[in-house]
Design a protein around this ligand. Structure first.
Ligand code: MG
Length: 376
């Protein structure tokens, strides 16, 4: 998409009027001519259009609100993004309001990540996606200044990236269900949502067409621990790798009970957000699902991965429905994790970026500096 169309589709004009921040650089190429010596933040709302309606245990949706972010420093531009699925409690208003409060021009050294993230924390609590958008843009900027992608800066081997899962949902129409299953052919892992009606029908439909491994996300949908255990045994006999967030996040004792008995690893998603939650999760779960929109971005996500490893936990790397910007930023961490669920960019029809590729089912990180994306 060219700059003119992007401006049209994002209602950027309204955002300019509402915000004191300069948007002059938004949508321009990676390099501009200015040399400011200061961090300049700009942002614009961008509604993500989903290729298929998204069915979860609690609701359905066809779009996801999103805010695209840029940080410019000495003529170099870093890209970031905040994606706001409704259950996270953030919105375009809350994100743009948070970003409008920031004054990054006080930082003359963009490498002070700790100071900058501490400043974001001091401006307001929560606002995790908004903080992530700044963190991602900052990491993109710093990687570009250093001329290296973040997986290299972190010393990670890109050959160790895991396969990624691809999510499909149940369809009562057998022809539609067959088409959805066939769409998963390039992937080595199929992710399904459970805790809805037709849980077993969905697995049986998949198994009638393919032996591809599955992983299951219950999104807190099971409330009876005995039934949850029964389902874990049933799934274990059907080439399932793990079960994500089987019970409500408040049911910690029941989840610990299940974890003791389940033949499959039990992974925390809704239960945890940030670094201090990792230790709590270790008491009831075998592993954690790290997502940049929960962790406030790459800086804390990396720390969470290191801590989880030291606690002997499994790590899953997930995402929201996002453009390739945030998904490719997350992919920089992929060599550290056991399982990736990085299909968020594949679920939208209006991506702005080229970045992460899935090659024979495996996460492949672009060999470009920063987070590794280019505007389309
Ligand atoms: Mg999940």
């Amino acid at each position: 998409m060219n700059r003119r169309n992007f401006l049209k589709t994002t209602a950027l004009g309204a955002a300019i009027a509402a915000s004191p921040i300069s948007f002059s650089a938004f949508g321009s190429p990676t390099k501009s001519t200015g040399r400011s010596g200061r961090l300049n933040l700009s942002f614009a709302p961008y509604e993500l259009k989903l290729r298929h309606a998204f069915n979860l245990a609690k609701y359905q949706r066809t779009t996801t609100p999103d805010v695209q972010v840029q940080i410019e420093y000495d003529g170099i531009i870093g890209y970031g993004e905040a994606s706001m699925p409704p259950y996270l409690g953030e919105s375009v208003d809350s994100v743009t309001s948070f970003l409008s409060k920031l004054d990054l021009s006080q930082f003359s050294d963009p490498f002070r990540i700790e100071d900058i993230m501490a400043y974001l924390e001091s401006v307001a609590p929560n606002n995790r996606a908004a903080k992530a958008s700044v963190d991602i843009a900052l990491h993109d900027l710093l990687g570009k200044i250093m001329g290296q992608p973040w997986y290299k800066i972190w010393g990670l081997n890109p050959q160790k990236c895991p396969n990624t899962s691809f999510t499909i949902s149940y369809d009562a129409d057998p022809a539609e269900m067959k088409a959805k299953i066939d769409e998963t052919a390039p992937f080595k892992v199929i992710k399904i949502k459970m805790g809805l009606d037709h849980d077993k029908e969905l697995v049986n439909a998949i198994r009638s067409r393919t032996d591809t491994a599955i992983c299951v996300d219950v999104n807190q949908g099971w409330s009876d621990k005995e039934q949850a255990l029964e389902m874990c045994h049933w799934l274990a006999e059907r080439n399932c790798l793990f079960v994500e967030q089987p019970m409500p996040k408040e049911m910690i004792d029941e989840t610990a009970w299940l974890r003791e008995r389940s033949p499959l690893p039990i992974i925390a998603d809704e239960f945890l957000q940030r670094l201090p939650d990792v230790k709590r999760a270790a008491a009831a779960y075998d592993g954690i699902n790290i997502k940049l929109m929960k962790s406030t971005g790459m800086h804390e996500a990396y720390q969470m991965a290191v801590l989880a490893r030291s606690l002997g936990m499994k790590i899953m790397l997930g995402c929201m429905t996002e453009t390739s910007c945030a998904v490719t930023a997350a992919a920089q961490l992929a060599p550290m994790v056991d399982w990736a669920d990085l299909d968020g960019n594949l679920l939208i029809a209006n991506d702005r970026f080229d970045g992460i590729k899935i090659v024979e089912g495996k996460v492949t990180i672009p060999d470009r500096p920063g987070i590794g994306v280019e505007l389309l």
